[in-house]
Design a binder for this molecule. Sequence first.
Ligand SMILES: *Cc1c(COP(=O)(O)O)cnc(C)c1O
Length: 366
Amino acid sequence: MIPFLDLKAINHQYQQALKDAAARVIDSGWYILGEEVAQFESEFAAYCGTEFCIGVANGLDALTLILRAWIEQGQLAEGDEVIVPANTYIASILAITENRLKPVLVEPDPETFNLDPTLVEQHISDRTRAILTVHLYGQVSGMDAIMSIARKHNLKVVEDCAQAHGACYQGKKVGSIGDAAGFSFYPGKNLGALGDAGAITTSDAQLAETLRALRNYGSQEKYKNIYQGVNSRLDEMQAALLRVKLQYLDSEINARREVASYYNKHLLNPIIELPIMHDSNAHVWHLYVVRIHERDRLVDYLSEHGIQTIVHYPIPPHQQGAYENLNGIELPISEMLHREVLSLPISPVMMSDQISKITMAINSFQ
Ligand SMILES: *Cc1c(COP(=O)(O)O)cnc(C)c1O
């Protein structure tokens, strides 16, 4: 069986360095908010090209806390609207509704799967305060257009970078383009911890200060609480492991790009639509997503050929039970994508015989 993603093989590459890092934390006697987190934060900020990085417990908290910080600062208020792509992972929407803000779902461009900037302005109302854009599947969304709309209408921009660590857009890394960005280091992400972890990047000093307090019970000074904060800290163990893996992020991105370019060149079955990449630096191929009308039949066929695939994602957020209030909305492009998308195996540790076996199987599917 060719697995969709072999996490064990990915982490095995750095086995000794990861064990050394874990041993260093065990021996330090200091497990929360210490030297490893501080070092990782400065290394990841440097990598992204931002002034600040704030480690948090996971990617959902990263996004939720950015919006919460703006509420604390009086820049956003309950009931304000946040524009978000309709076909994103549920976490992007949860970050909005958790703060009692209103998600305004906008259709994606069916070619890039990302928020269609030409549809944004018609959704802006007098309550719109922010755009939460998602670099879905690893491809940077149209930040030029998004930033200029945001500046024109005085909106904040949050980048959801959970799938796009290291992607570059016009010379800038994701995480440094909007006002703030949320990253996930869930084990399966391109930069994956060995447990849950996340981070926020920003170059806004005041926002960074508010976030540092919010993630730690709303406290800047021990036992003095200025906000009703949460406990959402990146721990020393995950920070130490992430410091090891950050050193290999760029080489892993290159390995993913090689797999993607093999697929792009050799997948020739006309009933399958390949993903469209606008600029090779702007895609880090977290997922390789094709489209096909008869998806279930292809899934079964590949499974019979020993190839595991996954659908990201089978049900759009507005059709989820959690969002009954959104169930009546019609979003035909998102709904079509949710019916047709299929993610093929892609990872930095795939063997060339696995990639060619997948390609041959797909090319002979009819
Ligand atoms: C994974 C993911 C998140 C959430 O990250 P967690 O660390 O799992 O909380 C948010 N947005 C997108 C687009 C994701 O893929």
